[in-house]
Ligand binder design. Structure first.
Ligand SMILES: Nc1ncnc2c1ncn2[C@@H]1O[C@H](COP(=O)(O)OP(=O)(O)O)[C@@H](O)[C@H]1O
Ligand SMILES: [Mg+2]
Length: 238
């Protein structure tokens, strides 16, 4: 597989074309951002850790019957993926209250949410990724109704599989964000699943093991991601 030109560079990853028209290469960089890009830092090893973490999770999801864009790991920082037509929408499921829902609705952090809640956000850094609903998506043509239904269905499926996976390794999957795209007309999971886009707490102590360590300046960010990975049995090498 030959890497051709950089198509675009996001906040944490860069996307490259390849000699195959239907494949992209994702490069996971060490850049770490929060608050819609207002806080940015380089965290040593994060690109490698997230690349391997994402590969592990995507393979688990594939085994559970959920189609993803993941094809194969190419190197410490690169993954080959299916080229998707991304929808400009983020799907968020919450199992426990934390983050923006606490600020928005005035609920305290750490409440069990039964059933889990679902939220759509528009992927737009300039606007601060505002929360939207299905009427906005329909009216502004950001996705078709059938694709919206499928995104919701797949997001809840991912949540069931991963909640269980993390729980077995003594962690709570508090919430997570997914991005989907179209491939040959099908809605499939794209982008990444890493501790950058979810909240994970230790089951007993509720210690934060995810990007909130970065947002809140708690330190040990990449060490925490590796700890999560080790608990799941991921080998990050020396
Ligand atoms: N398989 C894919 N095909 C096309 N685009 C993708 C795919 N997977 C992820 N992307 C897009 O590539 C970009 C990844 O880079 P990232 O640093 O996460 O960007 P952002 O700053 O938008 O979060 C995102 O815009 C994401 O939607
Ligand atoms: Mg991103």
């Amino acid at each position: 597989m030959e890497k051709r030109k950089e198509l675009f560079s996001g906040k944490a990853k860069s996307v490259y074309t390849t000699d195959d028209d239907n494949r992209y290469i994702l490069l996971f960089r060490d850049d770490t951002s929060a608050f819609d890009g207002k806080k940015i830092e380089q965290l040593d090893r994060k690109g490698m850790v997230n690349n391997k973490f994402n590969a592990f999770i995507m393979e688990k999801l594939e085994k559970a019957g959920i189609e993803t864009h993941f094809e194969q790991l190419l190197s410490d920082n690169e993954t080959l993926v299916k080229k998707l037509e991304m929808m400009p929408i983020e799907c968020v499921v919450r199992n426990i209250s934390a983050g923006s829902i606490c600020r928005r609705l005035g609920v305290e952090e750490g409440l069990e949410m039964t059933p889990p809640t679902f939220e759509f956000f528009l992927k737009n850094d300039e606007l601060g990724d505002p929360m939207i609903n299905e009427y906005h998506i329909n009216t502004f043509g950001w996705a078709e109704a059938a694709h919206v239904e499928r995104m919701k269905e797949l997001t809840f499926q991912v949540n069931s599989v991963l909640k269980e996976l993390f729980f077995q390794s003594d962690m709570l999957l508090v919430d997570h964000k997914l991005e989907f795209g179209l491939y040959e007309g099908r809605v499939i999971l794209g982008d990444e699943f890493t501790p950058d886009g979810c909240r994970l707490w230790d089951k007993e102590t509720r210690k934060k093991l995810d990007k909130d360590r970065f947002r809140q300046g708690l330190g040990g960010v990449v060490e925490s991601y590796e700890e999560v990975g080790r608990r799941l049995g991921i080998d990050f090498g020396a």
